[in-house]
Structures are given as structure tokens and as C-alpha cells.
Design a protein around this ligand. Structure first.
Ligand SMILES: Cc1cc2nc3c(=O)[nH]c(=O)nc-3n(C[C@H](O)[C@H](O)[C@H](O)COP(=O)(O)O)c2cc1C
Length: 244
């Protein structure tokens, strides 16, 4: 496929605004299920989120079976959103899939000719940039080299540690979570992102991979009456936007 031929047409600002403005964190859902085709489309749209080096460091664990869902809701501290939603989705960031995904990026490059710079990036640069080595030692070496070279020119300042890899993976995964919530809204469904959960129990319950970080658990479904608890508000731009 030609890179230019798959660009979607321009959206209308009004429709975008409606999707964004009508998304609310919903804490009470009806028991109407979210159809499979809606979930499929929303997950496709979630996975179109921009992400670091297109390494797609996310995974989604969709829970609909009543027994597992009840136990997951309990691990979400029994929150109403979790207890009433017909589907719960654990949005998981992976710090350890970048190597495999680098290979997949080379195999699945969408154009006939793989540009040399792309080949070099995924086969030579990424394996150094994201690799922190045993006990994080390579990360420490990279940080030291970066401090020295950085005295005379701009250099990347990380990720240089396992913790920085967690931040790296979480940034992209949170963007996918937002896409997922907006996609649900555009389909006429609602969501509630939750970080109020017992991570240890969620990980065990879903048999999550060792290096998986539960960025959020999303409750999804149709909003019930009184599902939104209060009017939406945000602070003023003057407080938080800085033109320099
Ligand atoms: C990372 C994150 C974690 C959140 N965790 C919870 C949660 O555990 N329980 C909950 O009811 N809402 C949770 N929320 C929803 C926020 O409370 C909500 O987004 C905020 O109050 C603004 O309301 P709005 O989303 O309706 O605009 C979370 C939101 C985010 C982004």
C-alpha cells in the first residue's frame, strides 16, 4: 500500500468535540454488553495511538466472563464502575517486548522497500537504546557516556534504567488507553479509567506477564442513570498553559 493512499479523510471538528466533550468517567453502567464488533473496532483504534519508535509496548486483557469479572472488580477495590461494567479491560504496559517488536517492525514494514535507516534503527540502534543489560549495568554505562558527551552536544537522556523503561512503556500505553476511551464514546459506549486497584491481585488473577505493568483497568459499557457523579470541570488555562 502506498503511504499516502491510507490517510483517512479530514474529520470534522464538531464530531471530534462531541466525542471528547461527552466522554466522562462513568461509575455506574447498565448490564447491556459491549458487542464484539464494537470492542474489536475500539481496540483497533486504541492500537493506532502514537507510540515510542512504533514499538507498541502495550497489551490489552479483556475480561467479560462473570466469575473472573467479579473477582477483578473486587481487586479494583470493589469500585462501582468495576462492579457494574459488563466488560473490564486491563491496559498493560510491557517493558520487555521491544526486542521482539523490533524484529516484527522489520518483518512487517508496510512498504515494498525497507529503508536503510529503518533497518539500522530496529536492528542496531534500538537494541542498544532500550537494552539496560544485566542488573541495569548497560544503562549505567550509557548514562555515564551520555553525561560526558552531553557536555558538548544534545544527547538522549534515557531510558537509562529499568524504572525509566517503565515510564517509557507507560507513556505510550496511556495514549492507547485514551484512544480506547474515545473510541468507546464514539461508538456510544462509556468508560472509567481506574488506577484504584490492588496490582498484586490483578496481576495474579489475570496471569499477567512478569514484566507487565497494569497502567489502568478500564471499565466499559453503557452509562446508567446517575452514572456520572458530578459536572465536569477543569482548571483555567492561565494556571497550566505557559506561552514562552
Ligand atoms: C490514571 C487515571 C486513574 C484513575 N483512577 C480512577 C479510579 O480508580 N476510580 C475512579 O472512579 N476514577 C478514576 N479516574 C477517573 C478520574 O477521577 C477522572 O478522569 C477525573 O475526575 C475527571 O473526570 P472526567 O474523566 O469525567 O472528566 C482515573 C483517571 C485516570 C486518568
Amino acid at each position: 500500500m502506498n503511504a499516502k493512499s491510507d490517510i483517512a479523510p479530514n474529520p470534522t471538528l464538531d464530531e471530534f468535540r462531541k466525542v471528547v466533550r461527552s466522554r466522562r468517567s462513568v461509575r455506574r453502567f447498565t448490564n447491556e454488553p459491549v458487542p464484539q464488533d464494537v470492542l474489536d473496532d475500539c481496540l483497533d483504534l486504541a492500537m493506532l495511538a502514537p507510540n515510542s519508535s512504533n514499538l507498541q509496548p502495550w497489551e490489552f486483557f479483556v475480561v467479560r466472563t462473570p466469575e473472573l469479572k467479579d473477582r477483578l472488580a473486587e481487586a479494583c477495590l470493589g469500585q462501582n464502575a468495576a462492579k457494574t461494567a459488563p466488560v473490564l479491560i486491563a491496559v498493560v504496559a510491557r517493558t520487555d517486548t521491544w526486542r521482539q517488536h523490533s524484529r516484527m517492525a522489520l518483518e512487517q514494514w508496510p512498504e515494498e522497500k525497507l529503508p536503510g535507516i529503518v533497518e539500522k534503527y530496529y536492528s542496531k540502534i534500538a537494541p542498544i537504546h532500550y537494552n539496560q543489560g544485566p542488573f541495569g549495568l548497560l544503562g549505567i554505562a550509557k548514562k555515564t557516556a551520555g553525561l560526558v558527551v552531553g557536555l558538548s552536544r544534545p544527547v538522549p537522556r534515557g531510558p537509562y534504567s529499568i524504572n525509566e523503561m517503565k515510564v517509557w512503556a507507560t507513556k505510550s500505553t496511556a495514549l492507547a488507553a485514551e484512544n480506547l476511551m474515545l473510541a468507546l464514546r464514539a461508538h456510544g459506549y462509556d468508560s472509567c479509567p481506574m488506577e484504584g486497584f490492588d496490582e498484586y491481585r490483578v496481576r495474579r488473577l489475570l496471569s499477567l506477564p512478569e514484566k507487565g505493568l497494569v497502567t489502568m483497568v478500564l471499565a466499559a459499557g453503557k452509562r446508567a442513570e446517575k452514572g456520572v457523579y458530578n459536572r465536569q470541570y477543569r482548571f483555567n488555562q492561565d494556571e497550566l498553559v505557559h506561552y514562552l
